[in-house]
Design a binder for this molecule. Structure first.
Ligand SMILES: [Zn+2]
Length: 1129
């Protein structure tokens, strides 16, 4: 097909065309693909820059560019034999020049927070039918492969629907009452792993802070915090276990522990339930259904109250003096800080502690409200370089006029220092958070698809950048000069067009690639592996059918859901049915493949028990079209729960499951996604077998990092093979005990997949959340076999990458799959000077295979300003994006560094950022004043939330798996998600107007803001809480819960009752609204004031001192001030 030079008629751009004739029909049993990989994308890759860096995804913590490296800390020995990857704290930057700058001001506008686009709901509830006893033949396994006919389901003796599926023995039904003390939800799995007292050395002692508050009195600054006296930088860090060295076909020998005795035959069904329920931090699981649980130590909660300074009227937060503009009133801002009079002359004992007025310090709520009011009503038009977009919490419309939408790319700063010296001085990280396949609101236009015909997209000859609005046409339109590398390239005859008197091509507005920030190109065959257009992708559902999975009702639930969900596979444009083929595997210690070919009367099962050398026993009939094979598929899904209903197999394998899926995709010559539903630590004898190595005693030691590292390299190698095949893995975990998320998560993480975790899964309370997650996950837009490259104009270069992907070189981000919710964060460094005139340009190009098998390139372009004045940098920063970067930076850092070092590094960097501002940009003022840049006035409060998060400062109740899970989750979050995750949204429900769609104003996350007479909704993207005060009006309780009094409210509800009154309807609609805005379904938790669950709720009141020793906002602000003053003195 060579459609080119077509004059566009009517609408300027053609919409993406669904039918693409380039790809072949699915073929089974074709020849095996060779191990083609990234090198196949020759046409895509530009010249490789010479920049070298440590392996990005799992690399060592590379410190921000700080000056004056300190010696390594006492710990962190480098084990012999492991290479030291990099210096900590180096700044890889150079010089630059300067010219005048043009400043963009944030426009002002307002609009209420309204939901984004909700995913198409799948309305079918899971139904539970009566099932007959399983056919006896189903359990027969042969040594290698057995072919059998699965009998049809017939008879009865059903387990009680729903209720009978609860875990056996120690697990009472969810509706039981709990007598646990403390934070019941936070309980470790078993007594042997019970909460050990955690050495809270990270806490910021309130005494020090209260003294530090006397900022103008150095003699009074009290004992330094421990954090300040430890070196914040270390000279070298141990890399994670290398991912090289073991070939995919040579499994590591199963050295070490001999086969446990439990391997010798089927285990008793009750054995696996010795543990106690657990929960996820920030992602709470079921309330613990065990009566004998002891909560975590709660001493931290009764700690000394925050320091009080009654005589101080306020804390002068001088607003960015030189730029003057105060965005919205900050109540009580004006009070003077006790100042210089006593400077250095304070004798005798310290004065009584004084309380800093929390109303006088910057409020996230105020900043969010101001931005919403000022910027929500006008569209954000992207035509101007370097504009700072509205905050992620503001609802606004985007009009693409040449720069990409902030929904695709957000930057830490929209005005980059011209020189590396300036950048180094400011310490402000230069990073972009990129969500290439972001879902747009319905009132914004998705990217147009451009077809440049057989020669492929027009690109710069030298740097291979794609045609974009910043390319300059010269010589009457016969050539164009590259905006990235300045190279001049001939315009091919088929693309030639005349220029108008301004030098613009006359077809400027007809071509998305000349006038828009984001668009897509149809890729030619040279952008495809092996120079062949790809087949449509496939989805393979792989279900753990071991004892736990069956008995919890999970297997039945999944099979029921799939029957309807398969009708909602992603479709391209207006295609009638999805091109995606599906396949099914079940497994425990062995794997069962199913032939669901449409011509069969019944599905056939093939068993592979030799898991050491995984192969796919059938090609024809394994991956099928849903509509063609519907009868056989439904029959299979009906039979699976019956076949394994009486299983006594408790052990599972894991790596062979992934291998099987990958091999099946390879055999079918397509990319695709594996949906794996898994319940336990894979201890069965097989490649990738794991042992329980959880050890909470490692917390706060130099070996803590090992808890985040995989216990074997096996999965890194497997991930590499998966990426080469375009095999993305989504993992749904249902653990009843430790299952080593850090190791099991390696393949999902490196293939661009997702992990979902439902600790202590119970049908009654968790099925809604799981099913909603599964529906969203299956239906969401996803690209396969993707490669992302970020090009930049001369002077800066992408040097570091954060997220769920794989990299085999320093420039190409490889993603077996990339869905609409995943972000990749890219950091930039100077490699030359920038100029204020030309600014800086980014071009993100994502090559991927669509769900219909079409090969495409999605292009996002963004132009930024450059500055020679630090003030311009500080005036154009985006703190939410900065926090997103810093959290990812820190969460990667814990892989290779003691957590304390990571925390101190963050504090140090932020102190330097703010000190640089104070020194260079703020108007002169007394040393006792803390002066924050207007755009960064929330940096301290948000940074504190990151520092006290479960990954960086775990309470005794947070499990190792929880931390590994959260660490991986945050690494792919976009800016809106990290914003609400670290600083949850809290709404007072009595302020809800039942007649309006407007949400009540949010309040700050502090206990002192809560009223006993109110109810509150708190959401953080993973959980949504309803907190009920003890003095709430009875009428409200009746309206919301349908019970007569506070004491009758059940805290085990996982949904609010559906009641026909305006208040109930409105509150439920707000919760639905929140659910629709988030990429995962949030678990609903009812918390009654003074109830044991309140401890858990308080964990999310992030402005308060935390149980795990995390500082309150007030204390932390004082601490930051002290750090800044030390840097300035
Ligand atoms: Zn170029």
């Amino acid at each position: 097909m060579s459609v080119n030079q077509q004059a566009h008629t009517g609408l300027p751009y053609g919409q993406p065309q669904p039918g693409y004739q380039g790809y072949q029909q699915p073929g089974y049993g074709g020849q095996q693909m060779t191990g083609v990989h990234h090198s196949q994308y020759g046409a895509y890759n530009g010249p490789m820059p010479g920049y070298q860096q440590p392996a990005p995804p799992q690399g060592p913590l590379r410190a921000p560019p700080t000056s004056g490296a300190s010696p390594p800390t006492s710990g962190a020995p480098v084990p012999a034999g492991q290479p030291v990857y990099s210096q900590f704290g180096q700044g890889d930057v150079q010089n630059g020049i300067a010219t005048p700058a043009v400043q963009m001001q944030r426009p002002f506008a307002s609009q209420p927070f309204i939901p984004g686009t909700a995913p198409t709901p799948v309305s079918q509830p899971a139904t539970f039918q009566q099932y007959g006893p399983p056919p006896t033949s189903a359990q027969q396994l042969t040594n290698h492969m057995a072919r059998m006919q699965i009998g049809s389901v017939s008879t009865s003796a059903p387990p009680p629907a729903g209720l009978g599926y609860g875990p056996p023995t120690s697990v009472p039904p969810a509706s039981g009452s709990f007598t646990a003390t403390g934070s019941g939800l936070y309980t470790s799995y078993s007594s042997s792993q019970g909460p050990s007292p955690v050495n809270m050395t990270h806490g910021l002692p309130s005494t020090s802070l209260s003294q530090g508050l006397s900022l103008a009195q150095p003699s009074f600054s009290g004992p330094p915090l421990s954090a300040q006296h430890l070196p914040t930088q270390a000279s070298g860090f141990v890399p994670p276990p290398s991912s090289t060295g073991i070939g995919p076909s040579s499994y590591p020998p199963t050295t070490g522990a001999p086969r446990p005795s439990t391997m010798q035959g089927p285990s008793l069904p009750v054995q696996a339930f010795t543990g106690l329920p657990t929960s996820q931090p920030n992602h709470v699981s079921s309330p613990p259904p065990h009566p004998a649980m002891s909560g975590p130590p709660v001493t931290g909660l009764q700690g000394p109250p925050p320091p009080t300074h009654p005589s101080q009227s306020g804390y002068q937060m001088q607003q960015n003096g030189s730029f003057g503009q105060v965005r919205g009133p900050q109540p009580n801002y004006g009070g003077a800080y006790p100042g210089t009079p006593n400077y250095g002359s304070q004798p005798g004992p310290p004065p009584p502690p004084k309380r800093l007025d929390p109303d006088s310090i910057p409020s996230p709520i105020q900043v969010i409200e101001d931005d919403r009011n000022n910027r929500g009503s006008e569209p954000f038009i992207t035509g101007v370089r370097g504009q700072v977009p509205p905050l992620v919490t503001t609802n606004f419309l985007v009009k693409d006029q040449g720069n990409t939408s902030p929904r695709y790319i957000r930057c830490t700063s929209y005005n980059i220092p011209c020189t590396s010296d300036m950048a180094k001085q400011s310490q402000v990280p230069l990073a972009a958070v990129i969500k290439p396949l972001a879902t747009l609101p319905t009132d914004e236009t998705p990217p147009y698809l451009v077809d440049h015909g057989e020669p492929g997209p027009i690109r710069c000859n030298r740097c291979k950048a794609y045609m974009c609005p910043f390319m300059q046409f010269i010589e009457g339109g016969r050539r164009f000069q590259c905006c990235f590398c300045s190279c001049v390239t001939e315009v091919p005859p088929h693309y030639f067009q005349h220029l108008d008197h301004t030098g613009k091509r006359v077809d400027f507005y007809d071509r998305p690639e000349l006038s828009l920030g984001s668009y897509e190109f149809l890729a030619t065959v040279s952008y495809c592996k092996n120079n062949k257009f790809p087949n449509p992708p496939a989805f393979i559902f792989m279900i753990d059918v071991s004892y736990n999975a069956v008995k919890s009702g999970l297997v039945r639930l999944i099979c029921e859901e799939l029957k309807s969900l398969l009708d909602y596979l992603p479709r391209e444009g207006n295609m009638e049915e999805s091109a995606i083929r599906v396949g099914f595997v079940t497994y425990n210690k062995v794997l069962h493949f199913y032939n669901v070919k449409s011509s069969l009367a019944q599905p056939q099962m093939m068993v592979v028990s030799d898991v050491a050398d995984m192969f796919v026993p059938l090609l024809d009939g394994f991956l099928v079209n849903v509509n063609e094979s519907r009868t056989v598929i439904v029959s299979l899904l009906d039979q699976i729960p019956e076949m394994f209903a009486d299983t006594r197999e408790t052990e599972t394998v894991f790596a062979p499951v992934i291998q099987a899926g990958m091999e099946a995709l390879k055999a079918a010559e397509c990319a695709g996604k594996l949906f794996i539903f898994h319940t336990s630590l894979p201890i069965a004898e097989a490649p990738g077998k794991l042992k329980n190595r959880d050890d909470r005693k490692l917390i706060n030691t130099d070996k803590e990092k090992t808890l985040f590292q995989p216990q074997t390299n096996f999965y890194n190698n497997l991930a590499k093979d998966c990426v080469a095949q375009g095999c993305c893995v989504d993992l749904f975990l249902f653990p009843n005990q430790y299952l080593d998320v850090a190791t099991l998560g390696v393949v999902p993480y490196q293939t661009g997949g997702s992990i979902y975790k439902y600790a202590y899964f119970q049908l009654e309370t968790d099925q809604e959340r799981f099913l909603n997650d599964l529906r969203k996950d299956v239906q969401k837009e996803v690209g396969f076999d993707a490669v992302m490259r970020v090009r930049t104009s001369t002077g800066i270069r992408a040097t570091d990458f954060f997220g769920a992907f794989y990299m085999s070189n320093t420039t190409d981000v490889e993603l077996a799959g990339l869905d609409c919710d995943k972000t990749i964060t890219v950091e930039f460094r100077h490699d030359d000077k920038l100029s204020e005139d030309s600014g800086a340009l980014l071009q993100c190009a994502l090559l991927y295979t669509s769900c219909a098998g079409q090969r495409r390139l999605r292009i996002h372009n963004l132009s930024l300003n450059c500055c020679t004045q630090l003030a311009d940098l500080y005036r154009n920063c985006e703190t939410d994006t900065l926090i997103n970067y810093l959290a990812k930076f820190a969460y990667r850092g814990v892989l290779n560094n003691p957590v304390k070092i990571v925390r101190d590094t963050l504090i140090n960097q932020c102190a330097q950022i703010l000190a640089c501002y104070r020194k260079n940009c703020a108007s002169p003022s007394s040393a006792g004043q803390l002066i924050l840049p207007e755009c960064m006035k929330l940096l301290p409060v948000y940074l504190n939330c990151v520092l006290k998060s479960d990954v960086l400062q775990p309470g005794a109740e947070v499990t190792t798996d929880d931390r590994a899970y959260i660490r991986q989750l945050v690494s792919s979050m976009d800016v809106a998600e990290t914003n609400v995750f670290f600083y949850p949204r809290l709404l007072p429900l009595t302020k809800v107007d039942v007649d309006s769609d407007t949400l009540p104003a949010a309040i700050r996350n502090s206990e002192e803001r809560l009223s006993k007479g109110d109810m509150y909704l708190l959401e953080n993207g993973l959980n949504v809480f309803v907190w009920v005060g003890v003095n709430v009006q009875q009428g409200l309780i009746q309206n919301l819960f349908g019970v007569s009094s506070f004491s009758h409210i059940s805290s085990t509800l996982s949904t609010l009752p559906v009641l026909e009154n305006p208040f109930s309807k409105r509150v439920r609609s707000i919760i639905d609204l929140f659910q629709a805005q988030r990429s995962r379904y949030m678990k609903l938790i009812i918390v009654k004031q003074e109830d044991k669950l309140e401890m858990l709720f308080k964990h999310f009141l992030v402005e308060d001192k935390s149980m795990s020793g995390g500082a309150s906002y007030v204390d932390f602000l004082c601490h930051m001030h002290k750090e800044i003053r030390q840097l300035l003195s």
